[in-house]
Design a protein around this ligand. Sequence first.
Ligand SMILES: Cc1cc2nc3c(=O)[nH]c(=O)nc-3n(C[C@H](O)[C@H](O)[C@H](O)COP(=O)(O)OP(=O)(O)OC[C@H]3O[C@@H](n4cnc5c(N)ncnc54)[C@H](O)[C@@H]3O)c2cc1C
Length: 180
Amino acid sequence: MNRGAHIAAVSRRLAEHFRGRLLRQDDPDYAAAARVWNGMFDSLPGLIARCRDAEDVQVAIGVANATGVTTAIRCGGHSLAGFSTCKGGLVIDLSEMCQVQVDEGTRKARFSGGCLLGTVDAETQKFGFAFPAGVVSHTGAGGLILRGWNWLAEPSLRTILRQRSGFHLGPRGRLGAAGG
Ligand SMILES: Cc1cc2nc3c(=O)[nH]c(=O)nc-3n(C[C@H](O)[C@H](O)[C@H](O)COP(=O)(O)OP(=O)(O)OC[C@H]3O[C@@H](n4cnc5c(N)ncnc54)[C@H](O)[C@@H]3O)c2cc1C
């Protein structure tokens, strides 16, 4: 199967259960959606799956596994290695999953996978709290937690260790507990 037919098959499988937006190369919004913040990387993916929620991410990872399509997961799109996009494959785009909930009593914040640092900071600062993360507000919070350094927690590990709990998506798209 050639690449075009393959990505069309991926798109059809996704459309069965995916509730977010699927952006193909002929979509008028595709060009803007394909662009990543780190402009050193300008690969054009075959399909962008803009997830609405964690279930959509599970669906997308399930289809990626089943079809073997080249896949990139994107949060803020800053990846220095170019991992925010891929050529001809599937981009699982988390950018619309940007809810933040702050619990003042327990001093904990929960945020979804597409949040940028600025989004998290704006909400936590309302309560006088700070998220010990990076210094560039349009970096993805999820991407940074996986790697990075920051003003308030010098070594990068501290940012990771300060994430007391959460969920990660395993290789088969299963939700699992992370941190503790
Ligand atoms: C200009 C600039 C400034 C920076 N400043 C800082 C800084 O102040 N502090 C700092 O610590 N780092 C900084 N970094 C590094 C940055 O934190 C990392 O490159 C980070 O991984 C970018 O995350 P992102 O979500 O924006 O990028 P993305 O490319 O979207 O994601 C980065 C990686 O994480 C993966 N990923 C993202 N979200 C998820 C998820 N929910 N589940 C699984 N995988 C996921 C992506 O697939 C990709 O491999 C900076 C980078 C740049 C380019």
